[in-house]
Design a protein around this ligand. Structure first.
Ligand SMILES: [Zn+2]
Ligand SMILES: [Zn+2]
Length: 109
């Protein structure tokens, strides 16, 4: 009896699709995925995007909820901001598992 060759189809395996950060467009390690409401929940926003923890906290450090709701309710609007552009090009140089504990931002709001 010929043994059936196992299909290379690993569709049984529920390896979840890699989640890509909407801000820096890099894959987010599972333990760093955070949801960001494009319009803050407090302003009635429902649309969420997935971001790195560090990218997410950076957005909230850069903008207030009011600003987010008014001017920065899309990723492209956020990416148009020069400070965000600077951050994104910086974060892209970091390895995938990069965590913000190591960052040397002295300023906190
Ligand atoms: Zn990111
Ligand atoms: Zn958020």
């Amino acid at each position: 009896m010929a043994r059936k060759y196992r299909d290379d189809f690993a569709s049984q395996d529920v390896e979840s699709e890699p989640v890509v950060c909407s801000l820096c467009e890099q894959v987010i390690p599972n333990d760093q995925i955070e949801d960001h409401h494009l319009v803050p929940k407090s302003k009635g926003g429902k649309i969420k995007v997935s971001l790195h923890r560090i990218c997410h906290s950076h957005i909230h450090a850069a903008f207030t909820d009011a600003q987010l709701a008014k001017k920065f309710s899309t990723i492209s609007a956020i990416l148009n901001d020069p400070a965000i552009q600077k951050f994104v090009s910086w974060v892209k140089t970091k390895p995938p598992g990069f965590d913000d504990e190591a960052d040397e931002r002295g300023r906190r709001r």
